[in-house]
Design a protein around this ligand. Structure first.
Ligand code: NAI
Ligand code: MG
Length: 364
């Protein structure tokens, strides 16, 4: 029996391309793992009315962790039209399978390293090395959404002033949810000798939910006197981090702001082809690239697999295979620095799989 069982969830579009490439690297490292395929994505919404079928969830529960490619999602009106005619009248509502995985397995940490590997012409500036901790289960992604205010809710004090046909999405931050992600960011900073943790929020306007996030941050920060801390409104952070990325180190944010700043920081360190993401809880974790399914490139084996290979590096750290993780990162650093093997986004024309093979060549 293999030492690890890993759920293998390619999903839609380029999800398969980048996972195929990642497998080349894991196989070269001789990771003692069994990879178990799982169905997820748009096709399963259309055919079965569920983009994350129960059988996939059951299978994931029998594995150590998951590698996930990407999924396609489409707006409400299109989602309903593309549903199988037999399912049309069942009042099914599309919900993101990624958000569901995060909530089902309580993967409250979304860790997104944004590191500029030296010599990458896509780096905004050399030397950027940021790590984002995004709260992954709450905030505006909690799923409490209503298109037209429900009757019972309409009677709540204050809401009666709103038009009945208003669409509302409830932003939920809990003390427990804020505390555990903020503590994770500080613990990471301490054990990785990081200088500072910055809280990203909009507490001056979104006073209740972001106010709680900031108050919790200040309270946790006071317990880590060895680590500097500060905070910034999300809008102002977006300009300051561009002006001087070196003023920042570890960032912690509620779900939505964390989502947004991680694309911004990914773009500063090589773009979506380099952005990796670890969704981590106490008992389970799902690793993925930050990017989506880029449908126009489906099956062309053209996109950059480095983001996903870096996600596999995070996976290896999570299961305790630290040597393999270091080997992957060193190999990527060497490939980038040599600059000979480049996918289209890096200005080259090598295929997704050849990029993976180039990484394998540098494993030592
Ligand atoms: P996207 O991330 O799929 O692609 C945007 C563009 O970025 C692509 O057209 C391509 O030019 C570039 N790109 C993405 N990945 C790349 C890679 N590995 N190498 C080189 N270039 C790369 O975002 P888009 O187009 O907004 O969304 C497409 C679909 O993906 C939508 O259905 C969206 O809902 C979904 N999506 C899924 C995510 C996920 O599964 N985690 C995250 C973001 C979007
Ligand atoms: Mg995103």
């Amino acid at each position: 029996m293999a030492k690890y069982r890993i759920a293998w969830l390619p999903g839609d579009g380029i999800g398969k391309d980048v996972l195929d490439a990642t497998r080349i690297v894991l196989d070269a490292l001789k990771l003692d793992a069994e990879y178990v395929h799982g169905d997820i994505g748009w096709d399963f919404w259309c055919k079965e009315g569920d983009p994350l079928p129960q059988r996939t969830i059951d299978m994931m529960k029998q594995t150590n962790c998951a590698m996930f490619g990407a999924i396609t999602s489409k707006p409400r009106t299109i989602a309903n039209k593309e549903l199988d005619p037999d399912l049309q009248n069942k009042n099914l509502v599309y919900r993101s399978p990624i958000v569901r995985m995060r909530q089902l397995f309580d993967l409250y940490i979304c860790k997104r390293p944004c590191k500029a590997y030296p010599g990458n012409s896509l780096n905004y500036k050399e030397g950027i090395d940021l790590v984002i901790f995004r709260e992954n289960t709450e905030d505006l992604y909690s799923g409490y959404e209503f298109n037209h205010i429900p009757d019972a809710m309409f009677r709540i004090n204050g809401l009666e002033k709103l038009p009945r046909d208003a669409a509302i999405s409830i932003k939920v931050n809990t003390p427990k949810g804020c505390h555990r992600i903020i503590k994770t960011a500080f613990d990471f900073a301490r054990s990785n000798k990081r200088r500072k943790v910055t809280c990203v929020h909009k507490a001056n306007v979104v006073r209740a939910s972001d106010g709680l996030f900031l108050e919790t941050f200040n309270q946790v920060a006071s317990e880590y006197s060895d680590i500097q801390s500060d905070d910034a409104n999300v809008d102002s952070l977006c300009q300051w981090i561009l002006k001087n990325p070196f003023n920042y180190d570890v960032l912690v944010a509620p779900n939505l702001y964390g989502d947004i700043i991680s694309d911004l920081c990914a773009q500063m360190t090589g773009g979506l082809g380099f952005g990796s993401s670890g969704n981590v809880g106490e008992k389970y974790a799902v690793f993925e690239p930050t990017h989506g399914s880029a449908p126009k490139y489906t099956g062309m084996y053209k996109v950059n697999p480095i983001a996903t290979i870096l996600a596999a590096k995070m996976m290896l750290e999570w299961i305790g295979e630290y040597d393999m993780a270091v080997k992957i990162e060193n190999a990527i650093r060497t490939v980038v620095k040599k600059g000979e093997i480049r996918t289209y986004d890096m200005g080259g024309a090598v295929s997704t799989l050849d990029m993976a093979r180039a990484v394998v060549e540098e494993l030592r």
